[in-house]
Design a protein around this ligand. Structure first.
Ligand SMILES: [Zn+2]
Length: 156
């Protein structure tokens, strides 16, 4: 049972004014998993004497999977929603994929080298990032996201 950790929303602007009439559509969902064909054959533990016996060198992060699983031609200009602030490797992917904004739920690794490098990368590339609760805005982006979640829940 996997919970998605990264969702990419397409933000399409129809109006003349920015941030009005935004159309938000899910174009990719990802969760942390092993590369294709490797599931169950590589370690999934957080700690071991040898780092090669942990999951860290092998796991594909949710952000990578959300970008790879996209159902649109590209994700340029899209907003990415993530449960955890992206690591530096994912920040590179986010930048190269053309994602224009990152919204995160949790930043519990704020002071690690990876997260510091990630902020530096995103800042340098000019990609804004916000805590989800700070991102509630008049465009109703969050309301649409909540509505889509509700629709999904009803289908279950
Ligand atoms: Zn990552």
């Amino acid at each position: 049972m996997y919970v998605p950790h990264a969702i990419i929303f397409a933000s399409k602007q129809n109006g003349k004014k920015k941030s009005v009439n935004q159309e938000n559509k899910i174009v990719g969902i990802g969760y942390n998993c092993m590369p294709n064909g490797c599931d169950g054959q590589l370690p999934w533990t957080r700690s071991a004497d040898d780092r090669l016996d942990t999951k860290y060198p092998y796991v594909c992060h949710a952000e990578l999977n959300a970008i790879m699983n996209k159902n649109s031609a590209d994700v340029k200009g899209c907003t990415m929603y993530v449960t955890l602030f992206p690591c530096n490797e994912c920040a590179k992917l986010i930048i190269q994929a053309g994602i224009s904004k990152v919204i995160y739920l949790d930043d519990k690794y704020h002071d690690t080298q990876e997260t510091k490098a990630s902020r530096r990368l995103l800042d340098t590339a000019g990609i804004p990032y916000d805590l989800i609760f700070d991102s509630i805005n008049p465009s109703g982006m969050r309301n649409n996201a909540a509505a889509e979640r509700d629709e999904e829940a009803e289908e279950d």
